[in-house]
Design a protein around this ligand. Structure first.
Ligand code: XMP
Length: 509
């Protein structure tokens, strides 16, 4: 398989570079700048991309790399800091720029360069730099400028080395995607063999080889990642796979049944559903503190899940739905910053597996979804919005009771139903109802009521680190409010949360 190395010098867009390369059907992997030259050589990359980073190349404590990397005969593309690094390594000069550039800047491209095939001579690029290349190294030619940057792009065609001061990976760079395409196909000579059909075929045969005739156990949450992992494993080893699905009674309406039906009807596997809503409710009785609730739900889940696993006659391997961003932490450039993410489950000491299997550990989320669709997993699961591990437990303020769960499930179901019917859900990253456990006065016929308030939360976001409240059209909100107050017993008022993150968070607890 063709591979591109994204050599990480600590920039904030490093995962995005890898994703954009993969969008062009070439596999890209991110490695920190501490990886050895020997390892790079051994991997036979088709090309190497030096990422951006927050440092100055002339600061000796900044991340650098052995100059020999430019003599491997492997094409290189330097981006931002990576561009300056190429200049510095090649004997050019990098200085603090008289004028730093930030944001959308007009760029003039030399159309004779392979890198700029098919793009306009003048276009907007995304810049973010305070240093600039004041003198290009021997063998390099300037192939792009801006008003304030005399060398915004350069090339050495003999060695197939290219460098751009701007960020082609962000969508603000009008032709950035085309430039990356040109680097991959015109410079590196890639053919584009990273397609999900190949991934499924290769992964299934690798899984068969690895698992042999042993058993595999997977904890299924009903989320996208574990669902797709289950689909792949089932395709590989069928009934050797056992999926354990713990239904703690805090999922959305009918969700547990939907997960069970999907996996038992679609895939060949052993499916174990553990219904333990009552156990969770008794553990949560009288508890109002949000962090305490999270802790209890987490601990109960751990106990129930592992007790179920201990009942299995043969354990074999333990599979997890860990995906690529869980394994690489961008922005540091250090080899030892692998994240401990909640997707990586801790196993208790007394449970011993033959090994851990992570069939999705090379995929980004959008690729996981593509694989899910190709495996025939229904859209509701493949495009399922994020759902917190503690479930509705973090959407009920105060003590959790069976009655409150039911009210919230019904209201939330109406919201989802309306969003689906009018197709507005595709505009939202996440949307749900919250039960603040506040009762307000209402009127129904000739009677006063004193019933629950439901809050609607809907956000748009790319990464959930920041989010904006969604501008859902009033007509849709009116319909939802009308239906919730009519159809859900014990609710007489609906409000819409218009708080962005920060200062609010997406969830209320
Ligand atoms: P916040 O509320 O932190 O949410 O802005 C950001 C994203 O994380 C999800 N979330 C959680 N997920 N366990 C989870 O697995 C949790 O305790 C939890 N709290 C928040 C939230 O739904 C949103 O997608």
């Amino acid at each position: 398989m063709e591979k591109i190395l994204v050599l990480d010098f600590g920039g904030q867009y490093n995962q995005l570079i890898a994703r954009r390369v993969r969008d062009h059907h070439v596999y890209a992997e991110i490695l920190p700048y501490t990886v050895s030259l020997e390892d790079i050589k051994a991997n036979e990359y088709k090309g190497i991309i030096f990422t951006g980073g927050p440092n100055s190349v002339y600061d000796m404590n900044s991340p650098h790399y052995a100059k020999e990397i430019l003599d491997l005969g492997v094409p290189v593309l330097g981006i931002c800091y990576g561009c300056q690094l190429v200049a510095w390594m090649g004997g050019g000069e990098v200085k603090t720029a008289p004028v730093s550039e930030y944001g959308k800047i007009e760029f003039n491209a030399d159309k004779r360069s392979k890198l700029f095939k098919g793009i306009d001579e003048k276009s907007i690029v995304w810049m973010s730099h305070t240093d600039y290349i004041s003198c290009v190294p021997n063998g390099f030619e300037i192939i792009g400028t801006t008003n304030d940057c005399p060398c915004a792009a350069m090339e050495n065609t003999n060695k197939n080395i290219y460098a751009v001061q701007f960020h082609p990976e962000v969508t603000h760079s009008r032709f950035g995607s085309q430039m990356l395409y040109n680097f991959l196909y015109e410079v590196c000579g890639c053919t584009g063999d990273w397609v999900m059909d190949n991934f499924i075929e290769n992964t299934v045969s690798l899984l068969r080889e690895q698992i042999g005739d042993k058993k595999v156990i997977l904890g299924l949450s009903g989320g996208v990642d574990s669902s797709v992992a289950a689909g792949l494993l089932s395709k590989a080893v069928g009934k050797q796979l056992t999926c354990v699905f713990v239904d703690q009674g805090l999922m959305r309406k009918d969700e547990g049944d939907m997960v069970e039906k999907t996996f038992t009807s679609l895939f060949d596997m052993n499916f174990v559903r553990v219904n333990c809503g009552d156990l969770f409710l008794s553990g949560l009785k009288g508890v109002t503190d949000p962090e305490e609730k999270r802790k209890i739900i987490g601990e109960e889940f751990f106990n129930v899940f592992w007790n179920e696993i201990r009942k299995q006659e043969e354990l074999g391997f333990f599979a997890q739905g860990t995906i690529y961003p869980d394994c690489v932490e961008s922005g540091k450039g250090d080899a030892d910053v692998i994240k401990t993410h909640h997707n990586r489950v801790k196993t208790p000491d007394d449970v011993e597996f033959l090994g851990i299997i992570e069939p999705l550990c090379d995929l980004f989320k959008d690729e996981v979804r593509q694989v899910g669709e190709k495996l025939g997993i229904p859209k509701e699961l493949v495009w399922r919005q994020p759902f917190p591990g503690p479930g509705l437990g973090v959407r009920i303020i105060g003590e959790i009771t069976a009655e409150k769960i039911k009210i919230l499930q019904e209201a939330d179901w109406v919201l989802r139903d309306e969003m689906e019917k009018n197709g507005y859900e595709k505009n939202l990253a996440q949307f749900f109802c919250v039960l603040p456990c506040v009762k307000t006065v209402g009127v129904m016929g000739d009677h006063r009521t004193y019933d629950h308030l439901i809050a609607i939360r809907a956000v748009t976001t790319d990464d959930f680190m920041t989010a904006d409240w969604a501008r859902i059209p009033f007509d849709i909100l009116a319909k939802v409010s009308n239906r919730i107050t009519n159809e859900v017993e014990k609710v007489n008022r609906v409000v819409y949360d218009i708080t962005s993150k920060p200062p609010g968070t997406v969830e209320w607890l």
